[in-house]
Design a protein around this ligand. Structure first.
Ligand SMILES: [Zn+2]
Length: 281
């Protein structure tokens, strides 16, 4: 095990020395959707690294040594704001690099509470909303101005362009989802709470807050609620959601749609959700 660790460390050291002096400065973020958002702001002026890879389970993630090195060598660390591992990362980094700026990308968002049991006070899936991503993009732009004031004009212009894209995306979703206002959809894990709020939809989470098996009585009750709700789409996270998600859906008969909430291509994942809900049956 020690050998493997050493090889990884050497590989990272070599990698970060390559590029013969034209190496880009790095900013580290927690999750791939944040990387997508920040890249819209910084363009190719920065190397943006995410601690969690797409498809992972952010709520049960334990950052590795190499990931911590990446944070330590960055110009800043931008947290998603409400993910469990972030405080541990900040605590560890603070010991060795007390001056590293740490910014919360989700500050100013109107949080949803109570969807994640006792594990989380605030629903951490803030990026499942176009409106929230607009706030996050503005936060990240302001933070980058602090990190690199010389590029402020460039960052502002990029933010303006990205905000216009988000506004037209939101308007498009609003128009298409308006006929569905008040209706329900199913998920295994409650990862679309903010999305549901934005468009007046009702999210029914069958599996609860953890990516684990739920008790038989709890599942039976959730299936009853699902069947009575008229919901016809069931969003599941491939590889993470429990096998129970499959057996539950056999009794519900909804259309199973796979999506990846932590995917880098945030817009493509939002499209998957909206397209599934608005598809002709
Ligand atoms: Zn969650």
């Amino acid at each position: 095990m020690k050998h493997i660790l050493l090889i990884v460390v050497v590989a990272v050291a070599l990698w970060s020395c390559s590029g013969s002096g034209v190496e880009k400065p790095t900013v580290t973020v927690s999750l791939p959707p944040q990387k997508f958002i920040l890249e819209q702001i910084v363009g190719d002026a920065y190397d943006v690294r995410a601690l969690v890879v797409s498809g992972g389970d952010a709520e049960n993630y334990d950052p590795s040594f190499t990931n911590l090195m990446s944070v330590r060598n960055s110009k800043a660390y931008m947290t998603m704001g409400n993910i469990g591992f972030e405080q541990a990362v900040v605590d560890k980094i603070r010991q060795e690099n007390p001056g590293l700026p740490v910014y919360d990308s989700s500050r100013g968002i109107n949080f949803i509470r109570g969807t994640h049991g006792n594990d989380y006070d605030v629903d951490p899936h803030t990026w499942s909303s176009v409106a929230n991503v607009r706030i996050m993009a503005a936060n990240m732009e302001a933070d980058m101005e602090r990190v690199d004031p010389g590029r402020a004009r460039q960052f502002r212009a990029n933010l303006k362009r990205f905000t216009a894209t988000l506004d037209s995306l939101d308007a498009d979703y609003r128009r298409r989802l308006e006929p569905l206002r008040g209706s329900s959809f199913l998920v295994w894990h409650p990862s679309l709470s903010y999305f549901a709020r934005d468009y007046g939809l009702h999210q029914i989470a069958l599996g609860g807050a953890e990516h684990k098996e739920v008790s038989i009585p709890a599942l039976r009750e959730a299936i009853e609620e699902a069947r009575g709700s008229g919901a016809s789409v069931f969003f599941v996270q491939r590889d993470i959601d429990s096998r129970q998600a499959e057996s539950a859906n056999e009794r519900i008969g909804a259309r199973r749609v796979e999506f990846v909430p932590l995917d880098y291509d945030w817009m493509a994942q939002m499209d998957i959700v909206v397209n599934a809900l608005t598809a002709k049956r």
